[in-house]
Ligand binder design. Structure first.
Ligand code: ARG
Length: 563
């Protein structure tokens, strides 16, 4: 619902027995716009007031202060409010200037925890574009969660356990060298891993060796453990550089290895419930009772080693016990859909009713100039290279557009990284999309730089005007600003919708809509003309900049003052 402040204030003045919350709860959108902009139903007041709802509606209309409304009328049991365009415009602008970044905040979440499993790259490999998607989508969901009154807990479930580390240890010990790894850790480890797969194609016994080393690692073998720890630390160093560059922080780095001592519990519960069955030496949970199409979940391999699934079950339980989450989100590519369906099925067979609060936030595949990528073949686009190239492209355009600009490299970094992130966020997350850097870093069209540029333009108008804005005496009376005002007015419900749909793109699309509305206005009017509405126009520009900056903040994109 739109900005209802005037409606709430007018009703509160008449219905002194009701709290603001009680009034807000009752407000509705009328069935059609002919009935007005906001409706207040009186049914629930009939009992306490001992009057018919129609009568109550009439009484309210008789007493209410009609100032600031086009009109207020009783229609049967409803009080219908018709907002005054000009009063609404000025009220909206004032509200935004008063609240600043807090405009659009709500308390729907009541401070409940929402765990967000995000990023979660695999150590000893470079972070992929898929992990970038998880990182940025997860980060925005955390910001949106918070704006809706929840408390987000950002968890990086590092892929730091599994047979691949057995393979890597084998490769390192057999043909690797310490000096080589030290010189360029991730690239070297990736090369060992690729070489391992090439050699294993010729000689299958390598796979057994890899599995044996992983078993040693799981059993706490000292040498295996030390190598693993070294690989993990080097990987984290490299991931941290990217997180710093994107300005993204985590509340927990508990990766898969963290759950090593928590998996017996999973097996115990499954055994207690008598749902763990032996199948060809392995231990599995049959899920056909939940869904006949589901393949069984494997909990232990025949050699007793645990699996990705086992660790995820332990993690899910640990998160419920530690954070008592209201929702537990997993921002992971759509190719793992079946894994999460299985995981939820096992959790509900275990008797956890909170299994329903577990949600897989799936996203589509990213291709790079039409190509898919695979780490096994060593065919990866490095995130660092993408960010570096985006930086270069941004710098080139800044030099052309604004040669006088101070600190160009800093702005180029904000624009380059912002462009990559925004592009990732503006499509519905389940869509697949191709990544073409030239398209992404353009200053026009549906891009991050376009939104940043619009905001910088608004800021520059305010700098040029160089006057103190007085938000208490606004008199904006100009139809050409109505598009901007209704868009600004929609921001609070956009924030709610982004959470309901778990969609960062709702915010990205909103930022584009607001930018377009503002640029259209900017092109057709002389904002800085000195007349009696100058103060109000500047206040509007300031409100636009506040909401654009807040939208960009939610998206994890920087808002440079000038570019
Ligand atoms: N490391 C995994 C991968 O790269 C993603 C982990 C996602 N999180 C989870 N709890 N399973 O495929």
């Amino acid at each position: 619902m739109s900005n209802n402040q005037p409606v709430i204030a007018a009703l509160a003045a008449v219905l002194t027995d009701l709290s603001t919350e009680q009034i807000v709860e009752k407000l509705e959108a009328p069935k059609s716009s002919e009935l007005g902009d906001v409706a207040f139903p009186t049914f629930t007041l009939a009992k306490t007031l001992h009057k018919a709802p129609q009568q109550i509606a009439n009484d309210i209309v008789a007493k209410i202060d009609q100032n600031g409304f086009e009109k207020v009328v009783a229609t049967g049991p409803y009080v219908n409010f018709f907002l005054d365009k000009y009063a609404t415009s000025n009220q909206t602008i004032k509200t935004i200037i008063d609240l600043k970044g807090a405009y659009g905040d709500n308390t729907n979440g009541n401070g409940a925890n929402v765990t967000i499993d995000m990023s979660s790259p695999n150590i000893a490999k470079p972070m992929s574009m898929g992990h970038l998607r998880s990182t940025v989508i997860g980060n925005v969901l955390a910001n949106i969660t918070k704006k809706n009154g929840f408390n987000p807990v950002k968890i990086n479930h590092l892929g730091d356990w599994g047979t691949q580390f057995g393979k890597l240890i084998y490769a390192y010990k057999t043909w690797g060298s310490e000096a080589e790894v030290k010189a360029d850790p991730i690239a070297t480890l990736l090369r060992y891993y690729v070489e391992f797969h090439e050699k294993a194609k010729e000689d299958d016994s390598l796979n057994d060796q890899g599995r044996a080393w992983f078993k040693k690692l799981e059993d706490g073998d000292e040498e295996a453990h030390q190598l693993w720890q070294w690989f993990r630390a080097e990987s984290l160093k490299e991931f941290t550089q990217i997180y710093d560059r994107l300005d993204i922080e985590f509340d927990s780095f508990n990766g898969e290895a963290f759950y090593n001592d928590k998996m017996d519990k999973v097996v115990d519960i499954l055994t207690d419930k008598e749902i763990l069955i032996k199948s060809q030496g392995a231990q599995i949970v049959d899920l056909s009772a939940i869904n006949p199409n589901l393949t069984p979940a494997m909990i232990k391999r025949s050699d007793g080693a645990t699996l990705y699934m086992t660790r995820d079950l332990a993690a899910a339980i640990y998160r419920k016990e530690t954070y008592n989450f209201a929702k537990s989100l997993y921002v992971v590519g759509g190719e793992q859909r079946e894994h999460f369906v299985q995981m939820k099925a096992v959790l509900s067979l275990m008797g956890f009713d909170w299994a329903d609060d577990v949600e897989h936030i799936a996203f589509g595949l990213i291709t790079f100039n039409g190509k898919k990528m695979s780490t096994r073949k060593g065919d990866v686009v490095l995130l660092k290279d993408v960010l570096d190239d985006a930086h270069e492209l941004a710098l080139k355009q800044i030099k052309e557009k604004n040669p006088e600009l101070q600190n160009k490299p800093l702005v180029a970094e904000q624009v380059g990284a912002g462009a990559v992130v925004f592009h990732d966020l503006m499509n519905d997350r389940t869509n697949n999309f191709d990544f073409n850097l030239e398209e992404v870093v353009r200053f026009e069209g549906d891009t991050g730089p376009y939104v940043q540029y619009t905001n910088a333009r608004a800021k520059s108008i305010l700098r040029k005007a160089n006057t103190e804005i007085d938000p208490t005496t606004l008199n904006l009376n100009d139809d050409s600003t109505w598009d901007i005002v209704t868009t600004l007015n929609n921001f609070p419900q956009t924030v709610e919708r982004a959470w309901q749909q778990r969609e960062a793109s709702v915010i990205a699309k909103y930022a584009l809509t607001l930018s377009r509305a503002f640029n259209k206005y900017y092109a057709n009017s002389k904002i800085l003309t000195v007349d009696d509405q100058l103060n109000a126009r500047l206040a509007l520009v300031q409100a636009v900049s506040i909401v654009l900056t807040e939208s960009l903040r939610l998206l994890g994109v920087k808002a440079p003052e000038e570019m």
